[in-house]
Write a new protein. Sequence first.
Lengths: 314, 375
Amino acid sequence: MAFAHLTGIFPRSEELIAATRAFERGRLDQAALDRLVEEDTRRLVALQVEHGLDYVTDGLLRWQDLLRPLSDELPGVHAGPVTRWFDNNSFYRRPVIERRLRPTGEAVLRWVTVRALEGQPWKAILPSPWAFVALAEDRAYGDEEALLRDVAEVLRAEAQSLVRAGCRYIQFSDPVLVARPRDGAVPRAQKALARVVEGLDVRAALYTFFGDAAPVLPALLDFPVDEIGFDLYATEVDRLEGRAREKVLLLGALDGRNSLLEDAEETARTVRRVADRLGANGVGVVPSCDLEFLPWEVAVAKVRRLAEVRRLVG
Amino acid sequence: MSDTKKLFPTQEIGSLAKPAWLVKGARGHRPSGDDLAELDHWAGRLGIEGVDELRHLLASNGEPTEAAKQAIRDWGALFAIRFLEAAGLDVVYDGEARRVEMYEYPIRRIEGFQFYGHVRSFDNRYYRKAAVVDRVQLREPFHLDELGFVKRHARRPVKIPITGPYTLADWSFNEYYLRQASDIGDLRKRNYEAKRRFTLDLATEVLRPTLQALVTAGADWIQIDEPAAATHQEEVPILVEAFNAATEGVQARISIHICYSNYRALYPHILSLRTDMLTLEFKNTGDYNIVHIFKDFGDQRQIGLGVLDVHSDVIETPEEVREKVLQAAEILGAPERIWVNPDCGLRTRTWDVAFAKLQNLVEGARLAREALARA
């Protein structure tokens, strides 16, 4: 059984891009921009529904980067310097943690366009606690373990509020584990994520990208989530080891960083091959990462291709 | 040869902000009163004469002719040349006054690319990204006219910047070369090989003939900009192979500019990169100890030391610049190999801020020279 859905920030349409630029220049007010964001979100939701994606997202169209809702909303944290986003020609603002964190449970939900998702099985995306800590600048703790514990509590509260708002699936995004591997990282990341999802009534996934998952996959498969995913464009597939057992594998089979539309047949074959190799009963066909690295028009074509690949995988 | 004999010579790196009168004038829009006041202010400050002609061009009604737009761009380049000279730099250019930016400008002069739309750089900033959809082919060598203009008007030695093949490839979508490599089953290996073929074609079919044409047109120092150099550590061999292929047989001084990167990731491969100088950003990271890498690896080439944060309005003091230069000189143990420059182009700063920063850079280099002479 194959599933399909999106894994990250969707690009803004050319119209919305123009609007955000106008907003920056003071030629468009916040209310008008919000209206356009909601229109774009509704259009994106309709696209996902039309192509039968199993969970829909709001495309995170308001988010400036994966960490920004937390940087902007959490007391004692602010969006800091412009910093390269892994090996991309794009950047994020590094969260700067100035004071000890306390869970509010309201940061991310404010950035989700829930109105556009009502009536659909919708999915939310959060950074994993490990990723947030690794990508932030700590000026308050001086103790990574303590910071990781508190970030897990913060994310737990965020996840709970998303579930209360109707969210059915939460993906924890973690490029750090695979793109910036560190000795001892995996068990610490696992423990922190376990705290976030403990007792949570939602389908949960850990999705890794931008790096080779092969070295850590056997350990990732022990994470206490329902689904584990990785980026096939960054992973040495022939070195993958491990047994998926009851877990669904999310396979990043459509390149979110290149405009070339994949051959659907070949991609489906690759997905089946990897799923067989790891003994997966369920597989989710997903983009390798956020599609925001593509222009809107190309990303829409990738969504169509995603649905086609899912159909071929069966 | 555009070189100086003194210690710690100074150079600009890339683009300056384009004055509003230039942007609007080149688009056929009439500048505002404030824009013209800014023009007059800098014309006076830089001692540029004859700006009535420019004002006349800018005041024209209706869509200006291509010749008029070209004349406005010439004025823009002249202002930037005088700006850099007045700041006191030893080596200048035109602030890339004619270029949209460092990616789109060359890409539009190469066959094989197609622009699809915008992608985000960060926040609400975006750039237009092209896909290579056919084998790349140079339409005609570019930057020749601008080089000619700068050489005719500059009163200081000139260094021309040009975007390198690896960065052009890295910042593009790769469709054509990926299709050509479809016989490689592993997606990761396929991507690598396709990137290599794409970058090498850019090096040999686009950059090399352009560099050679620039030399024929009088360029004796070419700076190849490769800000993407260390983005993918595993691809540094592609960077080096393409850079060397592009510069093969090019009879000019060559420098490479890299910024906002993990420089350690470049070594040891970059030791075989055929360049006379590496100009790097240091101020942004604040880590001048990176200079140690050059010593550790026995890298004997010249270093362009970035001492100005181009993303901040804080004006570095001459004393701070002096200290950083002396610190680097001490680590390197070879002051004669150090040039002083901003981290990167100053295009995101106003001219007032950029000018103050550059003046302090020049003064800081002088103070460092003086300190070393006394020691």
